[in-house]
Unconditional design. Structure first.
Length: 263
């Protein structure tokens, strides 16, 4: 029996995002929002542990605007037991530093926990910072890039952490924060019954007063990093196709590279 908390984020579908070439800002109007893919893996990891250890409770927590409730209901429909939304204008404009402060305060208010799962990174920022920063603010150990959960006992968890050329096996004490990658599992689908149940459940909403945090410690006021401008790189020029026999094309290629002082 465990208490597991999953950090989830509602993000714009990056396949649909466009950038205003004049203002250098994201055009969010008309762009669908989705559950961050790595967070779906984090939620599935928690649900798999609940399946294996009856009595385990899975709570999903998110920081975002009121519309994030739709994403949280999706998490409930996938199988989460409870959902908490941290929502306030005071939280707006937060970078990873301020976001982790808010999430940590929310997790502490939820109460005792054994594991906090989070996705490796969010597709709208790709920083991979919120998980480890949240662990630091909670004062617990963390393991990032978890690709396999090997064993769990009363005190420790044994996991595989993905590396560029392999993996390492790490034993970490509970409570802890684990960030999941897509190789960890395949997230389950929602069911009709769970969707119906998800819309009957109450989603808890907390603001800065509920969390007991100062406006100076969260949101834009507590964010040392800010996005100055977003832009798309200019398109590359069309490639040039060489023609002729292999010796002719090879000679032509060498001549062109020599002309450009590449060789």
């Amino acid at each position: 029996m465990m208490n597991i908390i999953v950090c989830a984020k509602q993000v714009p579908d990056t396949n649909e995002v466009k950038i205003d070439p004049v203002k250098g800002t994201l055009i969010r109007e008309g762009v669908p929002s989705i559950l961050n893919p790595d967070d779906a893996n984090a939620l599935e990891a928690a649900l798999m542990l609940r399946d294996k250890y009856p009595g385990t409770k899975v709570t999903v927590i998110s920081m975002g605007p009121p519309q994030a409730m739709y994403m949280l209901r999706e998490c409930l429909a996938m199988g989460a037991d409870d959902a908490v939304l941290l929502s306030s204008r005071t939280f707006g404009g937060a970078d990873t530093c301020a976001t982790s402060t808010t999430l940590a305060a929310g997790i502490k208010k939820i109460g005792e926990y054994d594991i906090v799962f989070a996705g490796r990174q969010a597709i709208d920022g790709d920083t991979a910072q919120v998980g480890p920063q949240t662990a630091q603010r909670l004062g617990v150990p963390s393991v990032t890039y978890v690709q396999n959960i090997i064993e769990i006992n009363d005190k420790c968890i044994l996991v595989e952490r993905a590396l560029e050329d392999g993996y390492e096996v790490i034993e970490v004490q509970k409570p802890c924060v684990l960030t999941a990658i897509k190789e960890l599992n395949n997230p389950r689908y929602m069911t009709i019954m769970r969707i119906e149940e998800a819309y009957k459940k109450e989603i808890i909403i907390w603001d800065e007063n509920d969390l007991g945090v100062s406006p100076n410690d969260v949101g834009l006021l507590a964010s040392p990093t800010q996005v100055f401008r977003s832009f798309t790189p200019p398109p590359k020029g069309a490639g040039e196709m060489l023609k002729g026999t292999i010796p002719e094309m090879a000679a032509d290629l060498v001549a062109k590279l020599t002309g450009k002082y590449v060789i």
